[in-house]
Design a protein around this ligand. Structure first.
Ligand SMILES: Nc1ncnc2c1ncn2[C@@H]1O[C@H](COP(=O)(O)OP(=O)(O)OP(=O)(O)O)[C@@H](O)[C@H]1O
Ligand SMILES: [Mg+2]
Length: 343
């Protein structure tokens, strides 16, 4: 396989808080090839956004500690200065944020916001930048883009605003687009349109995509590879088929719940799993999932590494259960820890 475009190794991000050191992310490793779509899934608070923002260099601060490595084309980005990150952010890697108002300013017209972003990085006239902004809005499916470029964010519907944010994120032609829950606030039809747009961008421009979502339907629709996070850790990674048809980690079993087939998961949300994730300030020793895992045994008092235990060397999991026993355990009534709750 060729050198990965993005390579993340043993990423650890901790915040010094009043309550103590909070390790938001730890033990996250993955490679992303050019043109691939990686989906990161997991319950609220498991570290998805912190991972994404760290890739962009947006979690640095006096109270943040990093370990590990984030390499883009071999260049180390973790802990890099703003001078190093500025030409990379937007230009090579760009992000659509979970909170729409992080990237759109309510008091400026949408077209002008894209123009400013372009002109901050490129030596082009206002007129040229506006032509490009209109072209981008058109490309992401904003109808009558030339007129709509003059609108303010509040004059756009939720779906159109999401398109505008994607246009903004694409304005410098990045190689990697990170989309953090880009469809959560949208209704189902609009969600499908936004996903279709991301797929089209991936296909037409070989855009590499990291998509963060709670929604297994979204994952099934779009991902080449999937990373499952729990309590700051990646607990399983593999291809879409491996995760859906041959999941190895009991947490992944729980997330998939009773959803048996990819086709039927379009609207399935992550299943509800009993209990709460552990505190990230004072996490338990051993496997972080063991308090909620019906299959936990004495070995789980030591945390397993994220390694390949099955035939495919790129299908990794963080679980001590014997591989040969897993299919039977998964079939036990309590092997499916929760049931999917279609909404
Ligand atoms: N700047 C910060 N300072 C301290 N703690 C933080 C900070 N940012 C995030 N956290 C904590 O890090 C953990 C992971 O947060 P993160 O936002 O990555 O979760 P998430 O998986 O994106 O959740 P959601 O699905 O709700 O968006 C949480 O416990 C959160 O409270
Ligand atoms: Mg988040």
């Amino acid at each position: 396989m060729s050198e990965p475009l993005l390579s993340v190794r043993d990423l650890e991000v901790s915040f010094r808080t009043e309550g103590g050191l909070l390790q938001a992310v730890g033990g996250v490793s993955f490679d992303l090839q050019r043109g691939e779509t990686l989906s990161i899934v997991g319950e609220s608070g498991c570290g998805k956004s912190v991972t994404a923002m760290t890739l962009m260099g947006l979690t640095s601060g006096p109270n943040t500690e990093f370990k590990g490595s984030v390499k883009l084309d071999g260049q180390e980005l973790l802990g890099a200065s703003n001078e190093v990150m500025r030409p990379i952010r937007g230009d090579r890697m760009s992000m659509v944020f979970q909170n729409p108002m992080t990237s759109l300013n309510p008091v400026h017209r949408i077209g002008n916001q894209i123009v400013e972003q372009i002109r901050a990085h490129r030596d082009v006239s206002k007129k040229e930048a506006m032509a490009r902004a209109i072209e981008l809005l058109d490309a992401v499916g904003v109808p009558d883009a030339a007129a709509r470029a003059r609108a303010y964010p509040h004059e756009f519907s939720g779906g159109m605003r999401q398109r505008a944010m994607i246009a903004m994120a694409l304005s410098l032609e990045p190689e990697i687009l990170i989309a953090d829950e880009p469809t959560t606030a949208l209704d189902v039809t609009i969600q499908a349109q936004i996903l279709e747009l991301l797929k089209q961008l991936n296909r037409d421009f070989n855009l590499t995509v990291i998509l963060i979502t709670h929604d297994l339907g979204v994952v099934a629709d779009i991902a080449d590879r999937v990373g499952v996070m729990y309590a700051g850790r990646l607990v399983e990674t593999g291809t879409l088929d491996e995760i859906f048809y041959d999941p190895q980690h009991p947490y992944t079993w729980g997330l998939l719940g009773s959803v048996p087939r990819i086709e039927s998961t379009r609207q399935a949300r992550l299943a509800q799993i009993e209990g709460q994730p552990p505190s990230l300030i004072d996490p338990p020793t051993g496997c972080r999932f063991r308090d909620r895992c019906p299959h936990a045994f004495d070995k789980c008092g030591v945390e397993p590494d994220l390694v390949s235990r099955v035939a495919d060397p790129s299908h990794l999991d963080r679980c001590w259960l014997e591989v040969s026993e897993r299919p039977a355990l998964r079939q036990l009534p309590n092997g499916l820890i929760g049931l999917a709750s279609p909404e």
